[in-house]
Design a protein around this ligand. Structure first.
Ligand SMILES: NC(=O)c1ccc[n+]([C@@H]2O[C@H](COP(=O)([O-])OP(=O)(O)OC[C@H]3O[C@@H](n4cnc5c(N)ncnc54)[C@H](O)[C@@H]3O)[C@@H](O)[C@H]2O)c1
Length: 253
């Protein structure tokens, strides 16, 4: 497909649902050849199927990003199937239990760190190793407004997302001169399964969260997908080391 990402090979994690699925489909519409992955292999297949049905190109794989060897396998698939790697959207993430800091237990802490932070670091490390000899590329990481400010009930989640911005900015400084552009997207409140999980743990949030954003509604995964596709594309060539906030004005106050 012709578009701003024509023929670029882009891997996406957590692409079986929500923001990852929407971004994969938007990037495919812009011409990217997408390597779709998710811990839920059937969901990843489903996203790839929808891309193919819309005339795009994708291949799918079940990948648990908390397992480094599975990230290796994902990048190997991109190289084996398409022969190159031009972009990566490190997006898979989990919200945590939705309890105040003192009620967080160590198992939740470790799981959040493994999926939301270590996997982003390991993914970037391997992607950069591949992109450097390949002539460069673009990396987009999913942070959150919780990477910019604190959110009650989400202490460890927020800590991981602040850390994702630290990785993003530092990698931008280290690799920008060598052709790798690195940015993050910071979604506000997007109605996906992740938000549904938080609402299930804290039912009172349903009525308040919907109107939390000054635009008066939840964001959609497609709106975040548009921001990601732009950051990934050469149209954002001067945008580097940036945390792009897409939150309906939530953090403007
Ligand atoms: N929804 C929001 O309001 C919001 C706001 C800010 C940031 N985010 C971030 O956006 C990203 C995507 O979240 P979403 O809202 O689309 O949630 P979602 O639950 O709809 O989608 C997340 C996807 O990640 C997959 N996943 C979970 N653990 C995984 C693992 N270990 N390995 C691989 N895949 C895994 C899930 O199967 C799912 O398909 C996350 O990083 C999240 O922190 C979401």
């Amino acid at each position: 497909m012709a578009g701003t990402l024509q023929s670029r090979v882009v891997v996406v994690t957590g692409a079986g649902a929500g923001i990852g699925a929407a971004a994969a489909q938007t990037m495919a519409r812009e011409g990217a050849r997408v390597v779709v992955s998710d811990i839920d292999a059937a969901a990843a297949e489903d996203t790839a199927h929808r891309i193919a049905q819309a005339g795009g190109e994708a291949v799918a794989m079940g990948v648990d990003v908390s397992r480094p060897e599975q990230i290796d396998a994902l990048l190997e698939l991109a190289l084996r199937h398409y022969g190159r790697l031009d972009g990566a959207f490190n997006n898979a993430g989990i919200p945590g239990p939705g309890v105040p800091l003192a009620q967080h237990d160590e198992a939740h802490f470790d799981a959040l760190l493994a999926v939301n932070l270590k996997a982003v670091w390991y993914g970037m490390k391997r992607q950069i190793e591949i992109m450097l000899p390949g002539g460069g590329g673009a990396i987009v990481n999913t942070a959150s407004v919780g990477g910019l400010v604190g959110k009650p009930g989400l202490s460890v989640y927020c800590a991981t997302k602040h850390a994702v911005l630290g990785l993003t900015k530092t990698a931008a400084l280290e690799y920008g001169s060598r052709g790798i552009r690195v940015n993050a997207v910071c979604p506000g409140v997007v109605r996906t399964r992740m938000v549904d999980m938080v609402i299930a743990a804290q039912p009172e949030t349903e009525s308040t969260w919907g109107t939390l954003q000054p635009i008066g509604r939840f964001g959609t995964p497609e709106e975040i997908g548009e921001a990601v596709a732009w950051l990934m594309s050469p149209r954002a060539s001067l945008v580097h080391g940036h945390a792009l906030v897409a939150d309906g004005g939530l953090t403007a106050a």
